[in-house]
Design a protein around this ligand. Sequence first.
Ligand code: ADE
Length: 358
Amino acid sequence: MSIITDEENNYKKVDINKTKNDIVKPETIESDRKFENTIRPKNFEAYIGQSALKETLKITIAAAKKREQPLDHLLFYGPPGLGKTTLAGVIAEQMGVDIKITSAPALERPRDIIGILMSLKGGEILFIDEIHRLNKIAEEILYPAMEDFYLDMTTGKGQTVKTLRLPIPKFTLIGATTKAGALSGPLRDRFGIIHRLEFYTEDELAEVITRTAGILNISIDNDGAHAIAKRSRGTPRIANRLVKRVADFALVKADGKITQKIANNALNTLKIDNCGLDTTDRNLLMLIVEKYNGGPVGIETLAAALGEDVRTLEDVCEPYLLQAGLLQRTPRGRMVTPYALDHLGIKNSNISIQGSLF
Ligand code: ADE
């Protein structure tokens, strides 16, 4: 299997935290890309976590192979950093086909999507990241390609306009999105299989960390792996980044081995607390507590007060704060939870949460 990306063209993710310490932000940062490619698991055995999804996929792949048909189009959704691209690579490997990887922002002009569809060979996988950002024209080109494997091309202008139906080889589209709700209905309906990726448990992340450390020749014990896992926000991308940073710390401050003590010291130095929160997350929670009496408060107000954009808060900070039970979304805005107050060390306050005094 080979992986072809259009990195040399314009596959760029928006780095929304360019100027900040983004070590615990789950979106891809530039330094991740090469590193992730070197440690990416290539098969289901090496791919840790998402066990229910893996079992379903194994069956789907076996069935497609028996029928000698390409896989149905697949949509993966869920927070960033949970391994959607990695999983697409594993599927290609298991199917024994090539995968072409791109992202919706790189498919700006009709010729971008037409070019990539025409370059596909029979059975190949096309992976489109951030598929919710596909523009209308690209979507409309995709519909007949996904459904019946042809391209509707128009030539000429005005009265001489002609439509041409161009067959293309059967292929499988794997779309990935952090925002399933932002996908248009017609596009969503064209995926035969839709799956959500879940946050990883501490044990799963410890396994990911141990595996990565092994590949990078980093010495780590089980408690060290768990100490990093606890602060990795359920996200392998963050866990993998933290291993490298903690390994630097272990090398400079100790004998190079990552133990629980070294990991905790390193992560405290990086200002990542024992829930995996960084300064931005804590500022967000403290703002709600101190200025808005625990909430509810609107996301726009919070973004303006913190000097962040709404998208950063919604896509990057919030998913984990919600999942960790530190933040709640209500129709009237965001609220902190009693657990968040506990985590922030706020006691004896008069903050009213869901009508009860904490
Ligand atoms: N690295 C990133 N995600 C992974 C996973 N799910 N399993 C193993 N290594 C990974």
